[in-house]
Design a protein around this ligand. Structure first.
Ligand SMILES: Nc1ncnc2c1ncn2[C@@H]1O[C@H](COP(=O)(O)OP(=O)(O)O)[C@@H](O)[C@H]1O
Ligand SMILES: [Mg+2]
Length: 265
């Protein structure tokens, strides 16, 4: 379904690669977590698949399409085969939940009759049928994220890509969103999710690919768990520097070797 073969990405003006010789194969209907510290290359890997960025070298094939041959003018058409969920979903503020989902189907050229049949089904899937006529300003963060997911899956993509979809959500809502992504996967969609959240990774125990400085350092094919050290929150790092146990300018005082006590009888 997805194949990356020795993919390297060096952004202009960067010296170190954001992705360094990454090879990855994802089967149809897999659920894959991509984890790694911030800056590890997770978003870059997803951008390779959406063709937001092109690799510096290597080959990428998605759903049988060699991305080298997708011309710039065909990118929007190519992207319609993918569902993409963002960290912060930008909904159309002046349209209801129903209209927000209908809108993407209109753009895709679906007939009104089909739209009216599809939207309620999708809203039911994400648990928002009763909120269909609400406006985005009256929704919670989790509900907005669910509308975002509804928009992404409305056209029934074979692949769903989500870049840190739970980054701004509380733990309960996070679990709801992950359960929803799992349900979408159970219906036959290949799902790729990047995350920092060890809790959701350990909860689902799916395949886990760990990136570090642009390299895949582990690929747990099943029952994967989050093995990275947790990052310190950035705001804490400033206020709570690690304090050395002793002042740094003093030379360590060696404890004098114990004198041998020679007993003389
Ligand atoms: N548009 C860009 N231009 C230059 N460097 C970038 C760009 N996007 C990402 N990078 C660099 O590539 C590396 C990987 O970034 P990214 O893929 O965003 O990591 P992650 O999503 O794991 O936090 C980082 O060193 C980052 O600074
Ligand atoms: Mg990222």
């Amino acid at each position: 379904m997805i194949l990356l073969d020795q993919v390297t990405k060096i952004y202009p003006k960067d010296t170190k690669p954001a992705l360094d010789n990454v090879s990855l194969h994802v089967d149809p209907n897999e659920f894959l977590f991509i984890v790694g510290q911030s800056g590890a290359g997770k978003s870059t890997l997803l951008k390779m698949l959406t063709k937001e960025e092109n690799p510096s070298s290597g080959k990428i094939i998605v759903g049988g399409i060699d991305l080298d041959y997708v011309k710039k003018r065909h990118i929007p058409h190519y992207r319609r085969r993918l569902g993409v969920v963002f960290q912060d979903n930008k909904l159309l503020p002046s349209r209801t939940v129903y209209e927000n989902v209908a809108f993407v189907l209109e753009i895709a050229g679906m007939s009104n009759k089909d739209i009216d049949r599809t939207v309620p089904k999708v809203l039911d899937l994400v648990g928002l049928l009763d909120k269909a006529h609400k406006f985005p300003s009256n929704l919670s963060g989790g509900e907005i994220q669910r509308v975002g997911i509804a928009r992404s899956v409305a056209r029934q993509p074979k692949i769903l890509i989500a870049d840190e979809p739970t980054a701004n959500l509380d733990p309960v809502t996070t679990k709801e969103i992950i359960d929803l992504l799992k349900r979408i996967n159970d219906f036959g969609t290949t799902v790729l999710v990047t995350t920092h959240n060890d809790g959701i990774v350990n909860y689902l125990q799916k395949r886990v690919v760990t990136l570090d400085h642009g390299k895949i350092i582990s690929d747990q094919k099943g029952k994967g768990i989050y093995r990275l050290e947790k990052e310190e929150p950035k705001n804490k790092r400033k206020t709570m520097p690690k304090v050395a146990k002793r002042p740094l300018h003093t030379t360590p005082t060696k404890t004098p070797p114990k004198k041998k006590i020679i007993r003389t009888i």
